[in-house]
Design a binder for this molecule. Structure first.
Ligand code: FRU
Length: 483
């Protein structure tokens, strides 16, 4: 694996020409995707600035142009009118001001009237590498690009550590105010959320307090990418806690969880109904962000990075890595969060296939009664691959990727359990070259993983008695070089 110096990781992109060859080279990779948003070059991580504005969906991702490495982060901008077909728009935000000199870090967007506003973290570092995170804003211009405000909206609290970032902007009708949630760490290194409020979007921001989440005052060391949304009258708090091992999550210390509960904006208290839940049981899922301006009180739209901080993936050798999930619809049904693939995705279905596993496809499976096994990416004799086993007595799915030729992050986890509330009935699975997303029982649980099949790993097996349908998927995201 390439060792990157700090100079290499934090090199500023002066001209698109510096990465044209890189794009040319990686676009030939067998793992480049066809219906998911992926980095134009280099590395993509968190989704940012996800909002519907005047009929267009805007999405950005954390982007490091040079290779598969976390370094100087840009926002790369893509747009869509249906959340299925996406177009590359070029750089959204570049780290070119003193207050974001070492990265335009994660954030969100909101559409108000004729304008689309972006809120992000300016990751400032001094010469001696001391970090000061600023909360900054930008507004979409007539040229279709975000334009930054000259000055940050506010700086960090000195009552907390340097980890204060990822502003999520929301309008709270009952208070007639905007709120910003910031992922943070207390002075004694506990994960938390800081809350700011203002009647105006680009002015008047004051610190409102630290969010209280009774029972979870000591849950990990940093809460990245917080997001609170009301769905069908229930509040949902989503965030990515770090620096903690959680049951059933191997050696990983990065997670994406949610609570259902009640948010009180008077006391800044989120009261959870019960324990936290994993937002996705898969190996690779992090920093999920909900879109603003969905226009339906009964659902939210969520998208996430298929990957984890600190982990490494096989396409790093090719100098690129990272991808987004499909957008998902989030609903609350019978007191539970349900996630389904974006409506209309079936419009990409091509032909039913000839018995092999195409590199980009959708599978639908009815599992039948009792125990069950589905193995994807097996060799011709049915061995190896990514195996999903269901133990009906324990009501437990186990996903095992040890059988794949290309193994990665072995020291973190390669086998994970996914307990089910109700017996396994259906699976809906989306494969796109290097990712696999599994929706169980119409979205009661999900399991997302990177998968890198090699030559010969394009077969599958399924238990007798199960019914399986499979379609190839047509491309919907062009791999255009726009920078
Ligand atoms: C999450 C994260 C954010 C930060 C961004 C930097 O993966 O660490 O907290 O803003 O990535 O790329």
């Amino acid at each position: 694996m390439k060792e990157w110096t700090r100079e290499e990781r934090y090199r500023e992109l002066k001209s698109p020409e510096e990465i044209r060859d890189l794009h040319e080279r990686i676009s030939k990779s067998v793992y480049r995707q066809t219906y998911h948003v992926q980095p134009v070059t280099g590395l993509s991580s968190d989704p940012n600035g996800f909002a519907l504005h005047k009929g267009v969906w805007h999405l950005c991702y954390q982007w490091c142009p040079w290779g598969a490495v976390h370094g100087l982060k840009y926002w790369y901008h893509v747009t869509s009118t249906d959340l299925i077909h996406w177009k590359n728009e070029g750089i959204g935000l570049a780290p070119d001001c003193y207050f974001d000199n070492r990265g335009t870090h994660s954030g969100s967007a909101i559409s108000v009237g004729d304008d689309l506003y972006f809120f992000y973290t300016g990751n400032h570092r001094d010469e001696d590498w001391t970090r000061t995170p600023y909360t900054c804003a930008a507004v979409l211009g007539a040229d279709g690009k975000p334009h930054k405000l000259e000055k940050p909206l506010f700086g960090p609290r000195d009552t907390h550590s340097e980890h204060q970032r990822d502003p999520k902007i929301v309008w709270v009708e009952s208070k007639r105010k905007y709120f910003i949630f910031i992922g943070a760490q207390t002075a004694d290194l506990k994960g938390c959320v800081l809350v700011y409020e203002s009647a105006e979007l680009l002015d008047g921001w004051t610190f409102a307090g630290q969010l209280k989440v009774p029972g979870f005052e000591s849950f990990g060391g940093m809460w990245e990418c917080p997001y609170i949304v009301n769905v069908s009258g229930t509040d949902v708090l989503i965030f990515s806690p770090q620096y903690i091992k959680l049951p059933g999550r191997g050696n990983s210390t990065n997670h994406n969880v949610y609570f259902l509960g009640k948010m009180d904006y008077d006391t800044l208290t989120f009261t959870p109904q019960g324990d936290y839940h994993y937002l996705d049981y898969g190996f690779d899922f992090y920093a999920a962000q909900g879109a603003a301006n969905v226009g339906d009180p009964d659902k939210a739209i969520l998208i996430s990075w298929i990957g984890l901080p600190d982990n490494h993936y096989p396409t790093e050798e090719e100098d690129w890595e990272g991808t987004m999930t499909l957008p998902r619809e989030l609903r609350v049904k019978d007191g539970r969060l349900v996630q389904t693939p974006i409506a209309g995705i079936e419009s990409l279905r091509g032909l039913p296939d000839n018995g092999n596993l195409p590199a980009a496809c959708e599978l639908q499976v009815e599992a039948g009664e009792g125990d069950f096994e589905l193995a994807l990416f097996t060799k011709a004799d049915g061995t190896g691959g990514l195996r999903l086993r269901y133990d009906s007595a324990k009501r437990l799915c186990t996903v095992d990727r040890t059988g794949m030729n290309k193994r990665f992050n072995e020291q973190v986890f390669e086998v994970l359990d996914m307990p089910l509330e109700t017996p396994l009935k259906t699976l809906r699975i989306f494969i796109d070259r290097c990712s696999t997303e599994i929706f169980v029982n119409d979205g009661e649980e999900t399991f997302t993983t990177r998968s890198y099949p090699t030559e010969g790993e394009f077969h599958y097996t399924v238990s007798d008695g199960a019914k399986l349908r499979l379609w190839t998927m047509k491309p919907s995201v062009r791999d255009d070089f726009v920078v």
